[in-house]
Ligand binder design. Structure first.
Ligand SMILES: [Zn+2]
Length: 491
């Protein structure tokens, strides 16, 4: 048995003005068949699982490309063509495979290809018409007809923050093995829930809905149930949440269950989402609360394609005269370079942030002391360690600590601050440029967490995102997207 595995992953924010080029993959993670020789990260965990399970069965493993870039704007034509061609040529060189398992993101857009995953899967299918093709996707994906037509099995992460990549990889491997052996005949169907938003799965109604999906998956003939949450900051035709069901040779049951669960999810729309506070209200809310408050600068999450150099939150906090706080990670390679040249202990004036475009706000001139410079640090995301590039710790006005780096990455873990020497326990407030992935680790050390609808490239204002390509109406842009019956999907 021959198993072919590969990873290509970036989440494209089509409103981001920074292209995703080969440099974005090179600086984050780019390996040509050797990714599993290194410790796993979120998007390589599946490859480790598939290799280990395949080898334990005595299978031949062909490991191809692993390419991961921090989210930004559309991938350049040359970059996408080169990376996708590498997977296809590796597949040709090994003479095809019995089972092909791919870890893709699901929301990758290139300059000339709106549905990169569908494009790759269609090309893989054309090259290997008889192979069993399975794909694991981040749940922030655009599930498309083309992806379903070209593959046999699609499984999304169920959890956000994503701490179930290993479980999904095991599930997909086992289903692919059974399908290839002829024990099952996968039939996939999805239902468009007509929702565009974000859904944290660790508490409340969304946690219960994930449990409902698991219950549905345990029913006879049902092989897999997963929800594509969608990725809101992408002007693509297939944007939005879609409920996916795979059955064993029961296409009608797949369609009916996908619709039933999809409509159930729509019923829960107000409960599985939150209205996030604007900056001023968030700062009012934390006020003089005792203990450590964590504020998420949601609008500037580089993990969703925002630049990571927005100054809106910092400007508001300085304007209020707040002093005892830490904030980061500001992506500002120019400031990093200047501080490296000046050296630790230097006092200087830096022009921080606000450089990428209007979404980042204005740069702020600050008199700072360079407290520390570190290279080669990482922060944990699940079991993986995410790189941080060169990190500079700046202090201003006594008790304000800023973390600036030269690699666009969101804050995942308190160690991003603490390993450079910032003691969060002594702070009143820490502001993290992140959406949700910080939540678990920071909830361990903080007394309050407030997610802030700050302006920026990932501002969570889902009514207002300029989605021009989606054909069907969606909530929350309209209150009742299913009432226009002329557009109803059959059934
Ligand atoms: Zn995601």
């Amino acid at each position: 048995m021959k198993l072919f595995i590969a990873t290509l992953s970036t989440e494209t924010n089509t409103f981001c003005t920074m292209p995703t080029a080969m440099s974005g993959f090179e600086e984050y993670f780019l390996r040509h068949g050797t990714a599993t020789q290194e410790p796993p990260n979120l998007m390589t965990e599946a490859l480790h699982v598939w290799r280990d399970k395949g080898e334990s069965l005595g299978w031949q493993i062909i490991e191809s490309l692993t390419a991961i870039a921090e989210p930004a704007g559309p991938t350049t034509r040359g970059c996408y063509d080169a990376l996708s061609a590498e997977i296809l040529s590796d597949l040709a060189d090994c003479g095809g495979a019995d089972i092909i398992l791919l870890q893709l993101h699901g929301a990758m857009v290139a300059d000339h290809v709106e549905d990169c995953e569908g494009d790759i899967l269609a090309r893989v299918r054309a090259q290997c018409p008889d192979a069993t093709i399975g794909v694991s996707l981040d749940l922030h994906s655009h599930l498309t007809d083309r992806m379903l037509e070209a593959s046999d099995l699609i499984v999304h992460f169920r959890e956000y923050p994503h701490d179930d990549a290993t479980a999904c990889a095991i599930e997909l491997f086992d289903l692919a093995q059974r399908a290839h052996a002829g024990e099952i005949t996968p039939r996939m169907a999805y239902f468009d829930t007509r929702m565009v938003s974000l859904y944290l799965t660790k508490e409340g109604a969304m946690k219960s809905f994930v449990a409902e999906m698991a219950t549905a998956q345990a029913k006879p003939d049902v092989l897999s149930v997963s929800l594509s949450h969608g990725f809101p900051w992408a002007d693509v035709e297939d944007v939005g949440a879609r409920m996916l069901v795979i059955t064993d040779d029961q296409p009608d049951i797949a369609e009916q269950l996908a619709e039933r669960l999809g409509r159930r999810f729509f019923e829960l729309r107000e409960e599985v989402t939150t209205d996030y506070l604007p900056i001023a209200k968030a700062l009012d809310q934390i006020g003089t609360r005792p203990g450590l408050s964590v504020l998420a600068d949601m609008g500037d999450n580089s993990g969703g394609g925002a630049p990571g150099d927005a100054t809106h939150m910092l400007a508001a906090m300085l304007a209020r005269g707040l002093t005892n706080f830490a904030t980061g990670l500001f992506w500002d390679p120019g400031v990093v370079r200047i501080c490296q040249d000046a050296g630790v202990g230097s006092k200087l004036t830096v022009r921080l942030g606000g450089k990428t475009g209007v979404v980042s706000g204005d740069p702020i001139d600050l008199d700072v002391t360079v407290m520390g410079i570190d290279t080669g640090l990482g922060q944990h995301l699940g079991t993986g360690l995410e790189p941080m590039g060169t990190v500079v710790w700046l202090r201003l006005a006594g008790e304000i600590d800023l973390l600036v780096n030269d690699l666009r990455v969101q804050v995942y873990h308190p160690e991003a601050f603490e390993q450079v020497g910032i003691r969060l326990a002594e702070k009143s407030v820490v502001v993290v440029k992140s959406l949700f992935h910080f939540y678990g680790p920071f909830s361990q050390i903080s007394d309050h967490i407030v997610q802030v609808a700050s302006p920026g490239g990932t501002q969570p204002a889902f009514r207002d995102i300029a989605l021009t390509k989606r054909k069907l109406p969606y909530w929350p842009a309209v209150e009742h997207p299913f009432l226009d019956t002329s557009l109803e999907k059959a059934g």
